[in-house]
Design a protein around this ligand. Sequence first.
Ligand code: NAD
Length: 286
Amino acid sequence: MTAEIINGKDLSTELKLEMKAEVEALKEKGLIPHLTVVLIGNNPASKSYVKGKEKAAAETGISSSIVELPASTTETELLQLIQELNEDTSVHGILVQLPLPEQIREKKVIEAIHPDKDVDGFHPINIGKMMAGEDTFLPCTPYGIITMLKSKNIKIEGKHAVVIGRSNIVGKPVGQLLLNENATVTYCHSRTKNLQELAANADILIAAIGRAHAITADYIKEGAVVIDVGINRLENGSLTGDVDFESAKEKASYITPVPRGVGPMTITMLLKNTIKAAKGLSNIEG
Ligand code: NAD
């Protein structure tokens, strides 16, 4: 079997076109969705992620601004800025780019963002709502993964989903969303004893580890759906996933590539969340 590729870049383009039309309609009602991104310090990867978000927002007509702060910014200064953004009625979504300099506690920052403007979906209130299956801002990468599965009408209900990785931003929430869709979910992580055996039992396998090509064909059941979240930079500078794509695609039924897989979907779902925030805060129906 050669797997069908789920191209996140193409799906993102489609979704952004839909969003562009939606934003135009909102503008006619006087609402311009606005995302403010806060970037602290000079981390080149963070700068490039923020640029990507700005570009994608512009493509859909969402207005965005970047607040750049020096690496020496104190926690108090950042919390003060977040407070101002919380109160600013022209700002609908607030995203503080992670990682933060070591003098700033991530938890404090995440908890300071008003849950109604938390377009990253990291606030404990929004995580709680997601767990309860309530309507809320879903964290962007897991939301993107579920959207990719649904775009191909892949059945989730009753399937055995194995998630490798248990971070708060990817592994844990994607498992929860799959559970919300009635999958039977197994979480694996760095202390899991029989990883290969568990993975090879998956109907839907999500790799979110951060180790290039850790998941070879031996970890994949014939016909499984394989979602590769990993973004790893090789010595030659190219990007690659956690899955050994070439061998895996011969066994999987569907597979996501890296690049052009989950990555573009993450930004796209951020834009979806920004529109949702703008509508919610303005009480405007879509
Ligand atoms: P993380 O480092 O916070 O978590 C990695 C997880 O992998 C941990 O839970 C750990 O237990 C598990 N793990 C580590 N070694 C393992 C092993 N040998 N066997 C089994 N499990 C193991 O990383 P993260 O933030 O969840 O990101 C994971 C990967 O996804 C990274 O490559 C990251 O760059 C990428 N990522 C991609 C996107 C995207 O938009 N595509 C978004 C976020 C993260």
